[in-house]
Design a protein around this ligand. Structure first.
Ligand code: SAH
Length: 340
């Protein structure tokens, strides 16, 4: 059966026409899907016979809200969605002055093995379909009665390990007949898979690429990120990416006490960021009980930031949102699995 939620408007039209139906039926179906209707029999402006044919030809899934948490500190919302096959993923809604931003998952679990991350503890279960990613956005909007203006692919999973579906998702969510959200308001975050970065560059999508660097030297990076391809190769593919897309790159850098927060590492990071014109986001490590790593102290972070600024690096210290609701990557799913 074809997954109807992952079809582009053009593909849906083609399929509907091939069923001997007029093309406008595709638009009617899309409107129901956009309204969150997940049962063909409820699509009341379609002929009954067509509704039955659709149910036979297409699969139609719906995420079920298993848990919702709202931060008392900053209003950040976290949602655990149950998928059709019993797996679950999480989505975070962040409310900023400039608009609402949603952080979505791209896989159930992750196989990249980063030493500080909760998402990778049980390995990769499966990748999400484009439709499932789209539904994280749509159902977060419907559930909270909000409009989302920004998307970050920084939830569970490695987007470049699910690149075909992620590219399809990007095309769907930005389609004028779909959610029509500007690609310029979307950021994809990667642990730095070189082949994926190259392929993404070829697509020339004007999204922002965020590279989770976390260490500027291979010894440290390989220790905390087993997927490290080597700083030299990573720098090379990042440079190609910037050249090809004309988009600015950013580095994510989670500050871990005694691991990646030395003066020497600040200097090395400044050199890399300078080379690529990258913006650096410093994030105090979110403590994950299973991981045994601790965040750098605020004074160390400030000093590290100052060192970067002195070398003219564009740097932001990320505010940590949702500290009271396990808002860090993979924590909610992890706690849910422990209890079931
Ligand atoms: N796989 C992608 C996206 C998912 S992780 C990637 O690696 O970028 C989203 C971001 O959260 C990444 O920068 C990741 O390194 C970071 N992250 C994971 N666990 C963290 C923790 N405990 N504290 C701070 N950042 C963390």
């Amino acid at each position: 059966m074809t997954d109807i939620l992952s079809l582009t408007p053009e593909e849906l039209k083609e399929q509907i026409v091939s069923l001997g139906q007029p093309a406008f039926r595709a638009k009617q179906i899309s409107s129901w899907l956009k309204a969150g209707v997940r049962d063909f029999s409820q699509m009341s402006n379609l002929p009954k016979e067509l509704r039955e044919t659709l149910a036979q030809q297409f699969s139609l899934t719906a995420p079920v809200l298993l848990r919702a948490q709202t931060s008392a500190l900053d209003g950040t919302g976290k949602f655990l969605w149950g998928l059709q096959d019993g797996n679950c993923v999480e989505t975070v809604l962040m409310r900023y002055r400039y608009g609402n931003s949603v952080c979505i998952s791209s896989q159930v679990g992750c196989r990249q093995g980063c030493a500080f991350c909760a998402s990778t503890i049980g390995g990769l279960i499966r990748s999400l379909t484009a439709g499932e990613m789209l539904d994280e956005v749509l159902f977060t909007e419907l559930e909270n009665n909000v409009k989302i203006s920004n998307i970050v692919l920084m939830g569970i999973g490695e987007p470049l390990d699910n690149l075909d579906n992620v590219i399809r998702f990007l095309r769907l969510v930005s389609h004028p007949e779909g959610r029509n959200l500007s690609l310029r308001h979307i950021t994809a975050s990667t642990c730095g898979l070189p082949e994926g970065i190259r392929r993404l560059a070829e697509e020339e999508l004007p999204i922002t690429l965020s590279v989770s660097l976390h260490a500027p030297d291979d010894e440290t990076r390989s220790r905390i990120m087993p997927s490290n391809c080597g700083i030299t190769l990573l720098t090379e593919v990042c440079r190609e990416y910037v050249k090809r897309t004309g988009r600015r790159l950013s580095f994510e850098y989670a500050m871990i006490a005694g691991v990646n927060d030395s003066d020497r590492q600040a200097e090395q990071l400044a050199r890399l960021a300078g080379l690529l014109g990258a913006h650096v986001n410093l994030i105090p490590l979110n403590y994950v009980a299973e991981r045994g790593l601790t965040p750098s102290s605020p004074s160390v972070i400030r000093h590290f930031q100052t060192m970067l600024e002195e070398k003219n690096v564009n740097v932001t210290v990320r505010r940590s949102l949702g500290g009271d609701i396990d808002a860090s990557c993979g924590q909610l799913r992890r706690n849910h699995m422990k209890n079931h």
